[in-house]
Write a protein that binds this ligand. Structure first.
Ligand code: TA6
Length: 291
């Protein structure tokens, strides 16, 4: 905690003892607030002044060493999904990252830089910029002497007013795997609506996703670059009951729209090559378009 405190910026960046007594960092700007835990370099909160939170956080989440946080933006690396004998969705989200820098930008945003101590032959950094929007950049550089193959994903949980009335637009025409049935489809709808557990991996898509939320009167925009996969997930009733770190009654108020490179969109870097996965999250009144 002491070395973390060196990154305090009075009135803007504050290190404090968070949930589970894990170190946490609060970021306050003129227009927004955010919270990040070095545990997993996990953005646990982002809210624009005058609006409901943009990110969902389960009231039942663990905040424990070695356990994933349920909500916000889990950083998924170096694999997506399950792997026998290893943590689901990789090790990055259950590893303490080093905070290497904090700074204010001329436009009033605050930027924090994290580095992942990892056994992989890679330099892994996560850069979070908090301002009128939330921008996250996940940068991997192959520091080894051979090709390095991995998956990455920013597994973002969004706060919504009611899953029954939202729709997710921007994926029409994209091919996807329904993870519940392992069947292949092409998205034919202008926008996705939710009537049951939904778990879809859209491949080869670089489009911006828009979460239209009439109950909260806003659209959330998920702009991305360096990403060919978008994952859309809501656990619905039964899966929610099976997740001990997720409230049985929370599923109507969240949706995951995740940006990364998973399954067939995995990344292979040659020695010295780098990749950057960048996601910007913003919102506007429903029917508007974020700046
Ligand atoms: O991204 C969707 C998904 O892979 C779902 O299948 C579900 O397992 C979700 O991630 C949450 O995974 P977690 O390991 O965080 O419980």
């Amino acid at each position: 905690m002491d070395s973390l405190k060196n990154h305090d910026i009075p009135g803007r960046v504050t290190v404090f003892s968070g949930k589970g007594n894990l170190p946490a960092i609060r970021i306050q700007t003129e227009t927004s607030e955010a919270e990040i835990y070095p545990h997993g370099a996990h953005v646990t909160a982002f809210q624009k002044k005058g609006e409901p939170p943009l990110l969902f956080m389960s009231g039942s989440s663990d905040f424990l060493p070695g356990k994933p946080i349920r909500g916000g933006v889990p950083v998924i690396f170096p694999w997506f999904g399950g792997r026998e004998g290893h943590p689901a969705h990789g090790t990055a989200r259950v590893t303490p990252w080093d905070l290497t820098n904090s700074m204010l930008l001329p436009n009033g945003s605050a930027r924090l830089c994290f580095h992942l101590p990892c056994p992989e032959p890679a330099n892994v950094e996560f850069i979070v910029t908090v301002g009128n929007s939330l921008t996250m950049e996940f940068v991997v550089t192959n520091t080894g002497n051979a090709d390095f193959t991995f998956e990455n994903c920013l597994h973002t949980y969004f706060q919504v007013g009611d899953i029954h009335t939202i729709e997710v637009a921007g994926l029409k025409g994209a091919r996807y795997t329904d993870s519940l049935t392992t069947t292949q489809h092409v998205e034919e709808a202008e926008s996705i609506r939710f009537t049951s557990e939904t778990d879809r991996i859209y491949q080869d898509t670089t489009t911006t996703a828009e979460i239209r939320d009439p109950a909260l009167g806003r659209s959330i925009f998920v702009r991305k670059s360096g990403s060919k996969s978008t994952v859309v997930w809501n656990p619905w009733i039964d899966k929610s009951k099976r997740m001990l770190d997720f409230g049985d009654d929370e599923w109507p108020h969240m949706v995951c729209v995740e940006s990364g490179n998973v399954k067939e969109n995995h990344i292979t870097l040659a020695p010295g090559e780098s990749s950057t996965l960048k996601v910007e999250i913003d919102s506007a009144p429903l029917g508007g378009s974020a700046g």
